[in-house]
Ligand binder design. Structure first.
Ligand code: PLP
Length: 405
């Protein structure tokens, strides 16, 4: 079939595929444990529900401005002031269908075909595909010291004549690593000097552990004028557990935001007004759910770290934030795809292969579920991988027998 070049090169989102797989297995009655998920399980804030219900009750759900309704822009401006200590105008803000669309239209606004966008590895699965959708090239940057913490010289080495942009995601999906203040200072300064766009994907910035506080990239910027090439991305998906609402945003200079709005206007006419109302409710409402989610996730992280210690062959760096850890399972199997498949087939535990994030031998394990899921999931994995495990394992009344060594 004659599909476009882009269509042929884009792969399905591995994380969305896993969600489908989990749903199919559960429908069949299989006792699946999903450690591959990317969404908190807490309830959506009541203020969001009230706001969307109120608008729905008007029975007049219409088109809205493609770059976001004024009330949402106002809430984003207030958010930017509160968390970034920065005053911006309505022209500096766009609301999109999730942080995903905000990043996508930002890349479409700044990249030409064949140009390059850099991002540290491990990286979010969508960055390379988004670059391809622009006809551009995604370039992963690996830290020379083998850690999850890149240094500016690692980035510098990958910058060439076609580099136009850098994406930084901290705390990071999949590693949970939060980059240092020194790195923030270096990268902001570097991009300003080299006139590169810098996209800060801050979608997890309030989900930090061990007393860590979000780092504000604007603190390191010398240029805070309308020439600034800094674009800050955020959204309600993770911090308010509102993944299904699909509302995210970008803050940037007026010209780039206008270009993004033009692109988005033709793509989708902007996100649904109902969902924007819900986001306004969440942003302006009682904020206690964010802290309570953060505390739950920190506790879940501690539980998962303790459980992983019981494996002889797993190496893991303690995450600073998010709800993921990225553990090195290469002592068991070097091909992460193969290992992930094995764990689904043998013990019905879903994990995301590290190869999808640019690092083979690793698995991304999520701790956004319940403690019971985390405990049982890791115990099943241990049973499957440890050659000294007993021969049988019961899951409810289902008996699993080890027929592998
Ligand atoms: C690093 C990163 N950026 C952006 C997103 C997109 O979030 P949203 O649900 O707002 O589109 C995700 C979602 O998994 C993510 O992990």
């Amino acid at each position: 079939m004659s599909l476009s070049h882009i269509a042929k090169t884009i792969s399905a989102s591995p994380t969305l595929k896993l969600n489908e797989k989990a749903a199919i297995l559960r429908e069949k009655g299989d006792p699946v444990i999903h450690l591959g998920g990317g969404e908190p399980k807490s309830k959506v804030p009541m203020d969001a529900i009230i706001a969307i219900a109120a608008h729905l009750n008007t029975a007049e759900i219409r088109y809205a401005p493609a770059d976001g309704i004024p009330a949402l822009k106002k809430a984003i401006i207030r958010y930017t002031e509160e968390f970034y200590n920065r005053k911006v105008n309505v022209e500096n803000v766009i609301a999109s269908g999730g942080a995903k669309q905000a990043i996508m239209v930002a890349l479409q606004a700044i990249l030409n075909p064949q140009e390059e966008v850099l991002y540290p590895a491990p990286y979010w699965v969508s960055y390379p595909e988004m670059a391809k959708l622009c006809g551009a090239i995604g370039v992963p940057v690996y830290a020379e010291d083998g850690t999850f913490y890149p240094r500016i010289k690692d980035i510098e080495m990958k910058v060439g004549p076609y580099t136009r942009a850098v994406i930084i995601n901290s705390p990071n999906n999949p590693s949970g690593a939060m980059y240092s203040e020194e790195f923030y200072s270096d990268i902001v300064d570097f991009c300003e000097r080299r006139e590169l766009w810098l996209i800060m994907d801050d979608i997890y910035h309030r989900l930090l552990f061990d007393g860590k506080k979000p780092i504000n990239c604007y603190n390191y910027a010398k240029d805070l004028t309308e020439n600034s090439k800094l674009i800050v991305i955020n959204g309600v998906s993770k911090q308010y557990a509102m993944t299904g609402f699909r509302i995210g945003w970008a803050v940037g200079n007026k010209k780039v935001i206008e270009a993004m709005a033009n692109i988005q206007g033709h793509q989708t006419s902007g996100p649904s007004v109902l969902l924007q109302k819900a986001a306004v409710g969440a942003l302006n409402g009682i904020q206690s759910s964010v802290e309570s989610l953060r505390m739950t996730l920190e506790n879940n992280r501690n539980v998962m770290m303790d459980l992983l210690k019981s494996f002889d062959g797993v190496n893991v760096t303690k995450p600073d934030g998010t709800f993921y850890c990225f553990a090195d399972f290469s002592n068991y199997e070097k091909k992460s795809n193969k290992l992930s498949e094995f764990l689904i087939d043998k013990v019905m535990v879903l994990t995301v292969p590290g190869g999808e994030f640019g690092l083979e031998g690793y698995l991304r394990l999520s701790y956004c579920g319940t403690i019971k899921e985390i405990q049982e999931g890791i115990e099943r994995m241990k049973w499957a991988l440890d050659p000294n495990s007993p021969n049988e394992l019961y899951i409810g009344d289902r008996k699993l027998v080890r027929d592998w060594s």
